[in-house]
Design a protein around this ligand. Structure first.
Ligand SMILES: N[C@@H](CCC(=O)N[C@@H](CS)C(=O)NCC(=O)O)C(=O)O
Length: 377
């Protein structure tokens, strides 16, 4: 029950008792006590009703939460295979930091991080899959831009990887900087991406003529570049590092030092369900803040008795953070225990796999990076 509702009920009770005492009933003490008794149980009933309604209100408000709980799994749109971000092994097990975000939401709303159905999507088809209702979270190395966010159907909830666009070339080309790019250069890339647009801006603003070679499927882009169809392969630098691992001879290629754009990658939800949007946003924030406070999948339970109230709140030992979303108070504890904090997820998926061992900007603000999330309180 919220403090406001509680205060309201006490006020009603007080006024009613005053009324009883100042009226004719004053003399009929026996009757009065009966009425007070009835009144008290009435107030208790109303209180229970209020408590029940406030708890279920959030769930009622969110059609997506209700449907997800009914279905028993989170419907998550991912890439068609990008190591470190969203990638399936031979048995169809998905891993990656984008995958972990969806697992975190499943742990929060369903109690089990494994209850996720992953839908691989090309860059071109990803937004339609979300707006048409095929998926409920798009967690697919997707850049947050004004036009995408302002799109009638889409809402970005945060950033889980700060990236920028780069270029890969064959070492044998002798190119070590984009300043050596010459007219007629051919560049392989994915259709339906910010990459295509940035590449156009980059070459046009420098007056360099270029030949775009674009494919819908990432594997086609990689294969085309790898077979020598293009002089350069351009995409997010994380993508270049990840796709390089798939090439015939990764050592024959290098990523040039220049970064030509800002690519803040993050999860997207359908516009119009603000409770669901909040759940996804705060599932991500919990992972980042847990790292900030040193809460890990292995020590989360023991943090329940920590002296720091901020830590206690994150593991559900203090406050009622879950109620605002219509969730229980262990929602965030489950995320940390089952999926881990952001640092654990980064290490497991991106650092230990050799994709990008250095966290760069994706380090906590307290350690010189730009990962800074609002407080969970
Ligand atoms: N971040 C950019 C690029 C996203 C993108 O689609 N990148 C490609 C190249 S790394 C990709 O994800 N490929 C994997 C796939 O299509 O499954 C965007 O949001 O437009």
């Amino acid at each position: 029950m919220t403090p406001i509702v509680h205060a309201l009920l006490l006020l009603i009770q007080k006024h009613f008792l005053n009324y009883l005492l100042t009226n004719k009933l004053k003399n009929k003490r026996k009757n009065m006590f009966k009425v007070i008794k009835r009144m008290t149980s009435f107030v208790a009933m109303v209180a229970m009703l209020f408590a029940f309604t406030t708890e279920t209100m959030a769930a009622k408000k969110s059609k997506t939460l209700k449907n997800t709980q009914k279905k028993g799994f989170v419907r998550c749109g991912v890439s068609q295979g990008l190591p470190g971000f969203s990638n399936a092994d031979a048995s169809g097990n998905w891993t990656g930091i984008d995958v972990d975000l969806c697992r975190a939401v499943a742990a929060a709303v369903l109690g089990d991080a494994n209850k996720v159905k992953f839908t691989p999507l090309s860059a071109k088809e990803r937004f339609t899959a979300l707006t048409s209702g095929e998926i409920d979270i798009l967690s697919r190395n997707t850049t947050w831009t004004l036009s995408r966010d302002a799109d009638i159907g889409l809402t970005f909830v945060g950033v889980n990887f700060y990236d920028g666009q780069g270029f890969m070339v064959r070492k044998s080309s002798g190119i070590t900087s984009t300043s050596q790019f010459k007219n007629g250069i051919s560049a392989c890339t994915n259709i339906g991406t910010t990459t295509e647009l940035n590449m156009r801006d980059f070459f046009n603003s420098r007056g360099i003529s270029y030949e775009p070679v674009a494919f819908e499927k990432a594997d086609e882009v990689v294969a085309a570049y790898d077979s020598g169809r293009c002089d350069t392969y351009t995409t997010d630098k994380s993508g270049l590092a990840a796709q390089r691992t798939k090439m015939k001879n990764p050592d024959e290629h290098m990523v040039l030092p220049e970064t030509i754009s800002k690519e803040p990658l993050g999860p997207v939800v359908r516009q119009g369900d603000s409770v669901w949007e909040d759940i996804v946003r705060w599932s991500l924030n919990v992972m980042i803040e847990a790292e900030e406070y040193g809460i890990t999948s292995s020590n989360a339970d023991s943090m329940k008795t920590n002296d720091n109230p901020a830590i206690k709140r994150l593991v559900g030992a203090e406050g009622e953070l879950g109620a605002a979303f219509g969730l229980d108070n262990d929602w965030s504890l489950r995320i940390i225990k089952q999926v881990g904090n952001y640092g654990e997820s980064y290490k497991r998926n991106i650092a230990d796999t050799g994709i990008l061992p250095d966290r760069g900007p994706n380090q906590l603000w307290t350690k010189g990076g730009i990962l800074y999330v609002p407080p969970a309180r």
